[in-house]
Design a protein around this ligand. Structure first.
Ligand code: NAP
Ligand code: HSE
Length: 433
């Protein structure tokens, strides 16, 4: 081995940073044979150097709390950003790029919200800014979209993009666990974000979807414009009722090309809980697993599946980026030849089409079914299936599955029911895939 090692500054020694240090040691021989050189960690940036840690840093690696010890060291070739968050991570990456360092990051929040400026800076400086671990953990979807799918037009992409939410939903479905207990387990297993509301409220999946849209369509979709709904407050009763129709409830991120009413191509995208048929591959994705289904004009359907979070699965994805840096690959950060990407032409949310699951809580009296059906008929919403369950006293849940309609028609028919005083509780409504 004659080549100089790739020297890295690792920012973050938590779940993923710790996993990376383990994997660099465990796979050292493999890395050498694939990259033709070693990868060594010179410094590790943490918040608190005195904190007791489960893992000992490698020999000759020092812990520091000073970001300049990474960015300003001329011996460091690349910075691996695994501290998370926006402000300090942005400052570190900005400064690292200014100082000519390649960047590897798993920080989807930063890239989704402020990535455009960083990608431009990296592109202009011909530096690598790689982020395989930022989307779907171990699932190699970033490089796949950038390279393997570059000969295909992506018609749609659909996925389970948040391991924590999927873990919670699976535990609630299969083991009858309470939401809070399942969340605590996901945190203990190292799946959840430092702020787990990002997972539960759908924003982590939204960050990942923004990155997938960028890679698949070569456009920048403004993060603030993406419709996002998470799994907070999802009732065990809806999981059970969905099961009776043969469905599971999953947190879905979706983007697809559609025509608007004037025939122009638009991007319809969003994050939302949805009913997925148990017999579909997507319906079988449980626990911390993530999945992405692509529909492409040449390839047809493709399905990718794997662990979406956790120390080693995520570290493996980070390491693949580091091997690319060590090999001296060309900086192709967005997968498109433009320096800056144009803004996406977005379909208004109300124009989106879907079937819906609707649970209505009503008084069990003659004519109520007629009135509910009337509210839907008035908006041209057609019912496909319906069940009535026994409730408490004369208050009962009624569940409708609709045929495909627009979000606008569904919203207005629920409004009609509310205005007519038909509902004793707010309606519960989820899309059906
Ligand atoms: P984590 O376990 O909370 O570890 C964060 C590490 O960063 C800690 O070592 C912490 O230092 C350090 N740190 C945080 N803020 C810092 C600051 N301002 N200055 C210096 N050091 C700082 O986080 P994680 O789960 O490894 O996640 C790291 C990143 O990977 C995040 O962007 C996350 O979204 C992403 N990610 C995580 C997973 C996963 O499964 N966990 C999967 C994919 C992507 P101390 O140790 O001193 O506190
Ligand atoms: N908190 C994230 C998840 C980590 O649960 O999917 C992986 O990005």
């Amino acid at each position: 081995m004659t080549a100089e090692p790739l020297v890295i500054g690792l920012a973050g020694f938590g779940t993923v940073g710790g996993g990376l240090v383990r994997l660099l040691e465990e796979n050292a021989e493999l890395i050498r044979s694939r990259a033709g050189r070693d990868i060594v960690v010179k410094r590790i940036l943490v918040r608190d150097t005195a904190k007791p840690r489960p893992l000992v840093p490698p020999s000759n690696t020092e812990l520091t709390a000073d970001p300049a010890a990474l960015t300003d060291d001329p011996q460091i070739d690349a910075i691996v950003e695994l501290i998370g968050g926006i402000r300090q991570a942005r400052a570190l990456i900005d400064k690292g790029l200014d100082k000519g360092k390649h960047i590897v990051t798993a920080n989807k929040a930063l890239l989704a919200e402020q990535g455009s400026a960083l990608f431009e800076k990296a592109e202009t400086s011909k530096l690598m800014l790689r982020f395989e671990a930022a989307v779907a953990g171990a699932v190699p979807i970033v490089q796949t979209l950038k390279e393997s799918m570059s000969g295909n037009r992506i018609i749609s992409l659909l996925g389970i993009l948040n391991g924590t939410s999927n873990y919670i939903l699976s535990e609630m479905t299969s083991n009858g666990l309470d939401f809070e207990v399942a969340l605590k387990q996901a945190q203990e297993l190292g799946y959840a974000e430092a702020d787990p509301t990002l997972d539960i409220d759908g924003y982590d999946a939204a960050h990942k979807l923004i990155l997938l849209i960028r890679l698949a369509y070569g456009v920048s979709y403004p993060y603030a414009d993406l419709p996002v709904r998470g799994i907070r407050g999802l009732a065990a009763m809806d999981i059970k009722l969905a099961g009776e129709f043969g469905y599971s409830i999953k947190l879905i991120g979706e983007a697809r090309e559609v025509r608007d009413i004037s025939g122009r191509t638009r991007l319809e995208a969003g994050v939302f809980p949805a009913l997925v048929l148990n017999r579909y591959l997507l319906g079988k994705v449980n626990g911390v697993y993530n999945a992405v289904r692509l529909e492409a004009n040449a390839a047809g359907s493709l399905f990718f599946h794997g662990r979406g979070a956790g120390a080693l699965p995520t570290a493996g994805a980070v390491l693949s980026d580091l091997v690319a840096v060590a090999r001296g690959e060309r900086a192709d950060n967005s997968g498109f030849a433009r320096l800056s990407l144009p803004e996406a032409a977005v379909l208004p949310q109300d124009d989106g089409r879907s079937s819906f699951y609707v649970r209505l809580t009503v008084e069990d009296r003659p004519g109520v079914l007629r009135d509910l059906a009337g509210a839907m008929a008035a908006e041209a919403v057609s019912v496909a299936q319906m069940i009535q369950k026994s409730g408490q006293g004369n208050i009962v849940p009624l569940v409708f599955m609709t045929h495909e309609t627009t979000s606008r028609a569904m919203k207005y028919s629920l409004q009609r029911m509310t205005d007519a005083g038909l509902l004793t509780e707010p309606a519960v409504c989820y899309r059906v895939l």
